[in-house]
Design a protein around this ligand. Sequence first.
Ligand code: ATR
Length: 275
Amino acid sequence: MADALHAFVAGYPIRHSRSPLIHGHWLKTHGIAGSYRAIEVAPDSFANFVTGMRQAGLVGGNITLPHKEAAFALADRLDAAAEEIGAVNTLWFRDGALWGGNTDAYGFAANLDAYGPGWDKGSSALVLGAGGASRAIVYALKQRGFSDIRIVNRTLGRAQELADRFGKGVSAHSWAAVPELTRDADLIVNTTSLGMEGKDELEIDLASARPDALVTDIVYVPLETPLLHAARACGLKTVDGLGMLLHQAVPGFEHWFGKRPEVTVELRDLVLADM
Ligand code: ATR
């Protein structure tokens, strides 16, 4: 029998991670001998932690806050998405090298492919927020052919940095411009933590949005965020953020365990029951 394969998710804090539930479900359904464990790793011990995992023969793992930039710096090889985004959320050890990838952009696009088919026929997107998640989403939007991406952020300088990073077709704006920007947007995305349980509400007026605009959120607790609620009240199509979490896990599982898992209704229900 083949040796069992072991993977991890490292973060600080880590107790709220749903990744063990997702990968545990796939290990079981594929009948793979292995494990996937959440490990709390303080920022100053991250590099040692990765070396230890490598020496112990683990196959790799997910990296979450606050380690995504440290993992980027540590990786010997990067996939194209990680290189462009500047952050790594998936590590795998292969052929003596530490590989780093970023699957957030994939997860974002795959969720919309599943629940909003045709979403990528649009050309103009309004992106709320300019943090790490926004970077991955702007990359995904560029990859999928959006030619006019407007980033709105409380700290305008961060939005400007992102716009400079991605160049042509990406621009930075202040929140005051939102009512005007919603008019032209084919897609409206919240990448901030606003609207998350326990955080401030996201206040936005979607009255001037186009009737065919699609609205999505990376926040998935609650599943119907204030943004999605406002969008539905205006009769707009919405896609919730849970699918992004599920889909971003797919490439990692395939790297570590050699099988491409499926995002099923059963998996979605399993994670929902845990929320
Ligand atoms: P992540 O990696 O999850 O994107 P982040 O890098 O901390 O996290 O980014 C959080 C985003 O949410 C930023 O766009 C942040 O705006 P600032 O750059 O101005 O900080 C936004 N955000 C968080 N709390 C906010 C609030 N109360 N009002 C407006 N924007 C907020």
